[in-house]
Design a protein around this ligand. Structure first.
Ligand code: PLP
Length: 399
């Protein structure tokens, strides 16, 4: 049967403490025990339904985790204080000194910096590869490789990871396929395509209001329990814990994600097509000109479209900056990093979200100076938006 992630979220039913339609928020960092023996058992992970301390788990965080696990079709999930909190905890849980990671080279700059500059300090090495070339991916695997890491739709170049085939490679070598699905929630369900662990920065589309950072790790119950272990769990010990009040607000926003993603997709498709028509180099997974358009189609939960992210290349950083400043002046969106907001957000990745990647490597991966990344908003009148963007481009001699 077809997996329907939005149904899985809709079908969750909660009763708050006083019969409220929302689960009650647990506004406590610590929890009482009537019997001292139960406290010891809880420390040892032997008691279900008992809470110990909110860095470990809290009822509100469990509710949000349950909803996100339902969305991704995993047994369990653990929410975290940020997307980076989810990524670093996952990688440090799976890898130890001497281990090796094979990672896509086009990933969020923070993840890249963590693998390139931070984990070598504890002797975890990473090979960065072109994730769209399966032969190169397989050739990079060594006897020490523990993790294959990629983003389903990559930041910022919007490359598509062929998850079915990547999972075959991961299974062949008994390594864990970890997928960051931040750019494509609901649109793609990586677990159904063979991934082992799925991560999101909740900061983006899932929360959708640019008012908090947050993250989640979705995986097997065994893996989530391991992350929470009081003895050696990365989530428990590194402490990137989400606050309960935030967990309850993210849960409320998650419920409208399906409607938002569809509108983001409709709007981004419209603008990307128009940009391409007027002769601007445009990369959008929904365009047939995208090199992985066909592969993506085989992976998608179709009704959500191709997402809200696309890039254009206006030739130079100068032009990109002028265009973004003018668009902001005309109230077409904000010159800001991040994504998934109701207003359009735009930034030049080379000097912002990917600035951790050295210039030479940016060139190798075709991350050009004139690249602008758009997260298209929920505009009700997208035709008007495009007409105004076009006026800006004409004024600046971009077209
Ligand atoms: C694809 C992707 N993964 C992870 C992150 C990190 O998430 P956070 O900022 O919530 O730590 C980001 C952006 O910041 C991102 O774009």
């Amino acid at each position: 049967m077809k997996f329907k992630p939005a149904n899985s979220i809709q079908d969750l039913q909660y009763f708050g403490e006083f019969g409220g339609v929302n689960p009650s928020i647990s506004d406590s960092s610590t929890y009482t025990f009537i019997s001292a023996k139960t406290m010891l058992d809880t420390f040892e992970g032997n008691t279900d339904g008992c809470y110990l301390y909110s860095r470990h788990v809290s009822p509100s965080n469990l509710y949000l985790g349950e909803a996100l696990a339902a969305m991704e079709g995993t047994e369990a999930a653990n929410v975290s204080a940020s997307g980076m909190g989810a990524i670093t905890s996952t990688l440090l849980q799976l890898c130890t000194a001497g281990d090796h990671v094979v990672s896509s080279r086009t990933i969020y700059g923070g993840t890249y910096a963590f693998l390139k500059n931070f984990t070598p300090r504890i002797n975890i090495k990473t090979s960065f590869v072109d994730i769209t070339n399966l032969e190169i991916v397989e050739a990079a695997i060594t006897k020490n490789t523990k993790v294959l890491f990629c983003e389903t739709v990559s930041n910022p170049l919007l490359e598509i990871a062929d998850l079915k085939n990547l999972s075959k490679i991961a299974k062949k070598y008994n390594i864990t396929l970890v997928v960051d699905n931040t750019f494509s929630p609901l649109m793609i369900s990586p677990i159904k395509l063979g991934a082992d662990v799925v991560i999101h920065s909740l900061t983006k589309f899932i929360n959708g209001s640019s008012d908090t950072v947050g993250g989640v790790i979705c995986g097997s119950q065994e893996f989530i329990d391991a992350l929470r272990s009081v003895n050696d769990g990365a989530c428990m010990l590194l402490g990137a814990t989400m606050d309960s009040l935030r967990a309850s607000s993210v849960l409320k926003n998650l419920r409208t994600l399906h409607i938002r993603i569809k509108q983001h997709s409709i709007n981004a498709t419209y603008i990307a097509k128009k940009f391409e028509e007027v002769g601007i180099k445009t990369v959008y997974p929904g365009l047939s000109s995208h090199p992985s358009h066909k592969i993506l189609k085989t992976m998608m939960n179709e009704e959500y479209g191709y997402g809200g992210m696309f890039t254009i290349d206006v030739g130079s950083l100068d032009k990109a900056n002028q265009f973004m400043e003018l668009m902001q002046e005309r109230n077409l969106g904000y010159l800001a990093v991040s994504l998934g907001f109701y207003k359009t957000l735009f930034s030049a990745p080379g000097t912002s979200t990917s600035s951790e990647i050295p210039e030479e490597e940016q060139k190798q991966m075709n991350l050009s100076d004139g690249l602008i990344r758009f997260s298209i908003g929920l505009d009700n009148d997208i035709e008007r938006t495009f007409e105004m963007m076009k006026e800006c481009m004409i004024e600046l001699n971009i077209i």
